[in-house]
Design a protein around this ligand. Structure first.
Ligand SMILES: Nc1nc2c(c(=O)[nH]1)N[C@H]1C(S)=C(S)[C@@H](COP(=O)(O)OP(=O)(O)OC[C@H]3O[C@@H](n4cnc5c(=O)[nH]c(N)nc54)[C@H](O)[C@@H]3O)O[C@H]1N2
Ligand SMILES: Nc1nc2c(c(=O)[nH]1)N[C@H]1C(S)=C(S)[C@@H](COP(=O)(O)OP(=O)(O)OC[C@H]3O[C@@H](n4cnc5c(=O)[nH]c(N)nc54)[C@H](O)[C@@H]3O)O[C@H]1N2
Ligand SMILES: [Mo]
Length: 822
């Protein structure tokens, strides 16, 4: 049983395996200092919360406190492995600065109060506004980090009770494009592929996805394939030299914002060589001819120029995609957070449709999620869509939902598409939304153009409710702050990026008076006296399990059918993939195995949108285009990014994440091993740009856009020339007392722009024009950036990132026929 420093070696020991084999187990355990396995009172089943991979784990409990975690060997997702955030992140639960009592604003200050007073204010203000201004004055902004039961309850309250169309999740910033791209191509959300496809693939292509850092356990699976017989070839499309790029057979590092051109050229090359499964396309798809026409002008030479990528590399990538026998693709923020997000993501679906590579082992497309429960936000309708992937523009779907909720169809807002978050913020700005209830997200750090966001969230006329664990940057602007229980302190289910449903059981009590989000939402519903059409309470459940049972009924007959699952079935073994029902009692590994899609006009979730204007496709138009419910090949023309470099702002700025932190760091900054690995913001620039400007590792740089500025030390990394990178984790809050040490000036979103993809409405975090200048020299210091990630130094001698004894993790390796210990 090796002991491994899992900050220094984030992916742990290798367990190589061959194509088509079973991924060998490896059980990772981390316990607090001084605690041994014998000391643990009980192990409570859960799954990881700090990304979308759904690594199954057991929580170790001793004397009513969480003292560690252990991976679950039986689970299909991770077979016992855990990533650095899984291993160390739980320590934040016990942070001394957790919120333990509700806070209300009095004479400008937030002061502690009791639950009754706080909730009376929340419900009271909502009622007043509903009477004076109607449902459109009320908005809800939630997350991808609560549980399914909580989203479903929130959706029932907002859509079924209050009747507002202003409901969205931070999934809008995250996986709105995953949902949109799946709807465009297959008529419905739902991940076609499965993680098990990685076991079979001979080519694995990652499009704008730094899997090594953002789904580190899934990357271990790829590394184990690479270390075994018949390794797959990796194709990486990313402007940074990530660990994925380093492992790739071909690394395309395009100019940010040129993904559609790149994809069109790859598709054109595939069509030219006739690497097309014509039988599949003829039988199961519409739109192929339009694609052929659209990509015709996009030669490799033209793409090489626009994307600034060598022709030979494009050719090699096209050959790999075109001749793979089993192709698995993943797509994430490098595609989703840009101006043609949906159009680009859809081209990856097109590669799979054109090659007939869907629904077979090794032939998956994974339009990834980012957050642990983002899938549930979308299924349950907390992102504004109607629960159960129902189509808001199909009256029959609205009627069906009204029946489930026992209300009138006219009570459910469906007169127009749901209001996306950035539009909700506009309504807050112009004063038509007067009440905003924020759960589990920190928009004062995570939304673009923070200067604007701060000013509109702190307006007098807006009543802002923030439900969180900590007094975040956003909570500090609130009128009422509600202390929530979190993972480990409440029970619920969640679904990862490959449709695997896990149960997370309560392990310990929440601190002080903190309450589960579900309880708070139900309390809110009762105080508003929301009722169904027979006068019974609209929200009829009290416990998570009752909420789950209610959700199951809502999901019945829909693609995300949960009717075959129970809490009991989810305990003890592996997570299970939906749909799980009478027809698929053990869940469903891959969708569309029979070439049949959920795209029939009367069943589909969405009729799609024009990917350039964003206008919804009319039902009649959709019926004419796709009467038989086939896969839809949607072609798109490349359009240049909206904000291009200029003389004043010569760089392209991209933002994103690093391995050791999660988002705005409310949890990972409170886990010492993770915080130490990346304690402060930094700026990345290329070797060529550093040389040109005479900059060196550790110099203090100021990065500016028309929206604001950020200062941080320079890391000269393997990023492409002309591009700067900033991690977006660092707000103005800090761990040493929740104050604002530097004030604004370190959050990447001071710099980003208010703009979005027309189809998915996902904001653009990955292309902005920026300037950079040196403020002071390095003085021998280095950037506070990890050395074993995409931020690895390109040349300078920087001490390697280590966790030390406090980061030692036990790994139990198995010796079996399929793999071995390294
Ligand atoms: N460690 C860690 N893991 C996480 C999270 C976290 O905060 N920390 N968050 C989770 C969440 S919610 C999400 S959404 C996922 C996100 O996971 P990822 O999408 O993998 O992460 P990002 O760093 O946002 O972006 C991925 C890559 O896109 C590249 N990129 C930027 N611009 C372009 C472009 O124009 N074209 C292409 N092709 N690539 C581009 C960047 O260089 C970056 O390496 O991670 C999840 N996992
Ligand atoms: N510049 C830039 N900006 C970005 C991105 C980027 O790549 N670049 N990525 C975007 C993406 S993909 C995402 S997902 C967003 C993430 O942005 P946010 O959602 O703002 O990030 P988090 O820090 O995860 O915020 C979650 C909040 O929920 C709280 N919380 C945790 N568990 C619970 C719970 O059980 N109940 C309640 N009530 N609260 C809880 C946490 O303390 C935290 O304050 O950021 C987006 N913003
Ligand atoms: Mo995300």
């Amino acid at each position: 049983m090796p002991d491994v420093d899992r900050i220094a070696e984030p992916w742990g020991s290798r367990t190589p395996y061959a194509a088509g084999g079973q991924w060998p187990p490896r059980v990772d355990t981390f316990l607090a200092e001084g605690v041994s396995t014998d000391d643990v009172d009980r192990w409570v089943q859960s799954a990881s919360l700090l990304h979308s991979n759904g690594d199954a784990m057991d929580i170790a409990v001793k004397d009513g406190r969480i003292v560690g975690v252990r991976g679950r060997e039986v689970d299909r997702v991770n077979r016992g492995r855990l990533g650095p955030k899984d291993l160390f992140g739980w320590q934040a639960n016990h942070s001394p600065d957790r919120l333990t009592r509700p806070l209300v604003r009095q004479d400008g200050m937030l002061v502690e109060t009791d639950w009754d007073t706080a909730m009376a204010q929340v419900a009271g203000r909502a009622k007043e506004l509903l009477e004076e201004r109607g449902p459109s004055s009320v908005g809800f902004y939630t997350t991808g980090q609560l549980f399914l039961e909580e989203y479903y309850t929130l959706g029932v309250i907002a859509h079924g009770g209050i009747g507002t169309n202003h409901v969205d999740g931070n999934t809008r910033l995250c996986t709105a494009t995953a949902g949109a791209a799946l709807k465009e191509s297959f008529g419905c959300d739902g991940q076609p592929g499965s993680y098990a496809d990685l076991d079979h693939a001979d080519v694995i292509a990652l499009f704008g996805h730094n899997m090594a850092e953002t789904q580190s356990v899934l990357w271990s699976r790829v590394l184990d394939r690479l270390a075994g017989p018949q390794p797959p070839a990796i194709v990486c499309v990313d402007p940074r030299r990530t660990a994925v790029a380093a492992a790739a057979a071909v690394h395309l590092a395009p100019r940010p914002g040129t993904n559609v051109m790149l994809m069109n050229a790859l598709l054109r090359e595939m069509i030219q060589h006739d690497w097309v499964d014509h039988d599949y396309v003829d039988a199961h798809a519409v739109g192929f001819d339009e694609l052929v026409k659209m990509v015709e002008p996009c030669t490799l030479e033209r793409a090489a120029e626009v994307c600034d990528v060598p022709v030979a590399d494009l050719r090699q990538a096209a050959r790999l995609l075109g001749t793979a026998e089993r192709l698995t693709s993943t797509v994430l923020q490098g595609f989703y957070q840009s101006h043609q997000a949906t159009a680009a993501a859809v081209q990856v679906n097109n590669v799979h449709i054109v090659r007939g590579m869907l629904g077979k082992p090794g032939c998956g497309v994974l339009q990834m999620n980012g957050q642990p429960t983002a899938e549930n936000t979308r299924e349950a309708g907390a992102d504004g869509d109607l629960a159960g992937f129902r189509n808001w523009s199909n009256d029959a779907h609205v009627q069906e939902l009204a029946k489930v909720w026992n209300i009138e169809p006219s009570d459910i807002p469906h007169y127009s598409a749901p209001t996306p978050l950035m539009q909700m913020m506009r309504y807050v700005e112009d004063g038509s939304i007067r009440f905003l209830y924020v759960t589990g997200t920190n928009p004062a750090v995570s939304l673009p153009e923070l200067c604007r966001i701060r000013s509109l969230l702190s307006q007098e006329r807006l009543f802002l409710v923030v439900q969180d664990l900590f007094l975040t940057e956003t909570a500090q602007l609130a009128d009422v702050v509600l202390p929530a229980a979190t993972w480990g302190e409440k029970t619920g289910t969640f679904t990862n990026a490959d449709r695997t449903v896990h149960l997370s059981d309560k392990a310990v009590d929440p601190p002080g008076e903190a309450r589960p989000d579900l309880d708070i939402l139900i309390d809110f519903a009762h105080r508003l006296d929301l009722r169904d059409k027979d006068g019974a309470p609209l929200v009829k459940w009290r416990t998570p399990e009752e909420a789950f049972e209610a959700w199951k009924e809502c999901s019945r007959g829909r693609p995300c059918d949960y009717t075959g699952l129970t809490y009991d079935r989810l305990r003890g073994g592996s997570g299970i993939q939906w749909p799980c029902n009478d027809e698929h009692p053990d869940g469903t590994e891959r969708l569309y195995a029979d070439g049949r899609f959920w795209a029939a006009p009367d069943y589909c979730e969405d009729y799609g949108r024009d990917m350039v204007t964003g206008a919804p496709v009319e039902p009649t138009e959709y019926k004419a285009l796709n009467p038989e419910g086939r896969a839809i090949i949607r072609a798109a023309e490349y359009l240049p990014p909206h904000e291009e470099p200029s003389e004043d702002y010569p760089f392209q700025l991209i933002t994103g994440r690093t391995l050791f932190h999660f988002h705005t760091r409310t949890k990972t900054a409170r886990a010492p091993q993770l915080q130490a690995a990346a304690p402060e913001v930094w700026v990345e620039a290329s070797v060529a740009d550093a040389a040109r400007h005479g900059w060196e590792e550790g110099d203090m740089l100021r990065v500016t856009t028309p929206r604001g500025e950020v200062t941080g030390r320079l890391r000269v990394s393997g990023i492409r020339e002309g591009v700067l990178f900033l991690p977006f984790h660092y707000g103005y809050w800090d761990t040493d007392g929740g104050s604002a040490p530097d004030g604004p000036g370190r959050a990447a979103n001071e710099l980003t722009l208010t703009d979005w993809d027309p189809a998915s409405k996902q904001p653009i975090f990955k292309t902005a024009a920026a300037a950079a200048e040196r403020l002071v020299g390095s003085d021998g210091g280095t950037a506070p950036a990890p050395t074993n990630t995409a931020s690895a130094p390109a040349g300078a001698d920087v001490p390697p990132t280590r966790g030390g004894p406090g980061a030692t993790v036990h790994e139990k390796l198995h010796h079996s026929g399929t793999g071995g210990e390294s």
